[in-house]
Design a protein around this ligand. Sequence first.
Ligand code: 0RQ
Length: 503
Amino acid sequence: TATRIAHPALAARRMSAEEAAALIAPGTTVGMSGFTGAGYPKAVPQALARHILAAHGRGEPFALRILTGASTAPELDGALAKVGGIEFRLPYQSDPELRARINAGQIEYMDIHLGQVAQYAWFGFLGKIDTALIEVAGILPDGRLIPSTSVGNNKTWLDLADQVILEVNHRQPLGLDGMHDIYYGTALPPHRKPIPLVHPGDRIGEPYLKVDPAKIKAVVETDAPDRLGRFAPPDETSRRIAGHLIEFLRHEIRMGRLGEHLLPLQSGVGNIANAVLLGLRDGGFNQLTAFTEVIQDGMLELIGEGVIETASATALSLSPESVERFVRDIDLYRRRIVLRPQEISNHAELVRRLGCIAINGMVEADLYGNVNSTHVAGTSIINGIGGSGDFARNGFLSCFVTPSTAKAGAISAIVPMVSHVDHTEHDVAVIVTEQGLADLRGLSPKQRARQVIAHCAHPDYRPQLADYFERALRESRGKHTPHILSEALAWHQRYLDTGSMRL
Ligand code: 0RQ
């Protein structure tokens, strides 16, 4: 215990989660740690939920504005959402309880590019940050903080908040010490300077988070693992998606547009992105690098085997099995992984300079290459845009992957018009399904539509799409991006009415 909290004055501020939660007042804004289920506070949010429930029992309103790095876990988003304790939430989330309440219209949710959250806070666009509630792995004698399994927006919350509550989690391995790189060189316009990072592995900051010890009002000790699910093992569909993408990358190498070690990879969240990475290993690639936001199981395996030599991210998002592997070989991983604030891991300037190959999952794409990453049938959010936009717009290559159908074939992932747009046709280079790959680079909208129908659509839906496109070519008033507006979203309406997009 003593060694994790080596600053005497802060050791004296140890208290229970209940006592710490009492420092958070109704109606205030709390910036919390946590990114894709890693490094979130484990105890205080649950204590806070109990306080909120008690207040509601007394007939007193109690809800908070909750800002995080990205998704957290049932102990944070779930616990607070369940008791009606969240009035506003940003950015990315993935908790079922929270999602249900957002979609029921009970919680205001702002979905914002993960790379832009910190600067929005610094610009003053998010209002005052009252409390920072941050999990750390330890506190050094001089009060600097050893970050946990995610960095997220912690630097920004610690800098901007009036008061700070720390959770020191004894379960997080001390071998994390030295894996992080916290860049303190960001400034506000017009005083910004170039960020001096030219290789994914560059260290441009320092390993520790800094905070004025006088602001730290409570230190709560915990001993609990990051609660993470498991990834679906790669199935035939995801293997075929990976296969098409790898064939494409080989083609690009043959054409001289990519070197044999590719360019820094960014890989999104979800099962498909995870499977694609495993496919890269099986495809015989080596000496790869990654400049990404989250390291999932698939990437950890590649890093462990040396297929990926250096990886930059802001968080780990690992299954329990991979956590074991990570802890066992942490000295190796510390040499190969750099964890950074998400404003750096997802920075437009860096993604563009490094030339990332962005590979992200999606919900649906339309004939013209617009991509929906977030909404079912236009109105219900799944998770959020996350960092996919940071990478898709600025990367060297922007690829989106999905099975060609969802819900046992009742939904086509290729539709006439997307029901929600996250990535516009101008930001999308490549669309891949298990059916094939559409290379949209350098094509006009009508040329893109022919590629998407021929290569990505499921055979069950291909004739229906081709029919829509041919009729649109004839009937559309404008022939640049042909549409039959009264029909463009009919597929989604049919799904809502009948449970299937099929005619
Ligand atoms: O739901 O499990 O209830 O059936 O969406 O779908 O096929 O398992 O795919 O796990 O790769 O997730 C876009 C959600 C894909 C993810 C999304 C339903 C489907 C299933 C999951 P069920 P799969 P994945 C950087 C990058 C945005 C953030 C991002 C995501 C569930 O990739 O959140 O890219 N991306 N961040 O049934 C209705 C469709 C559907 C559909 C799939 N067309 N209609 N439902 N589903 N397609 C990392 C971060 O930002 C942190």
